[in-house]
Design a protein around this ligand. Structure first.
Ligand code: SF4
Length: 61
């Protein structure tokens, strides 16, 4: 699994960082996914973060 944050769409609400800090962190005003690939043990919380993103800025591949 790979997670990508669309920087143009992200509003910087930090929700994904709260849900899955193992994958997402803030970089300036937007979140980034800093682990590639997503570690197996956090795939569920990573998917949850993507599902919960209010502007659908997280792309899962
Ligand atoms: S939840 Fe979505 S909008 Fe909020 S910081 Fe994460 S990627 Fe950006």
């Amino acid at each position: 699994m790979k997670a990508i944050v669309d920087r143009q769409t992200c509003t910087g609400c930090e929700l994904c960082v709260g849900t899955c800090a193992e994958v997402f962190k803030m970089e300036g005003d937007v979140a980034i996914a800093y682990t590639d690939p997503v570690p197996k043990e956090v795939e569920t919380s990573c998917q949850q973060a993507a599902d919960d993103c209010p502007v659908n800025a997280i792309i899962i591949e």
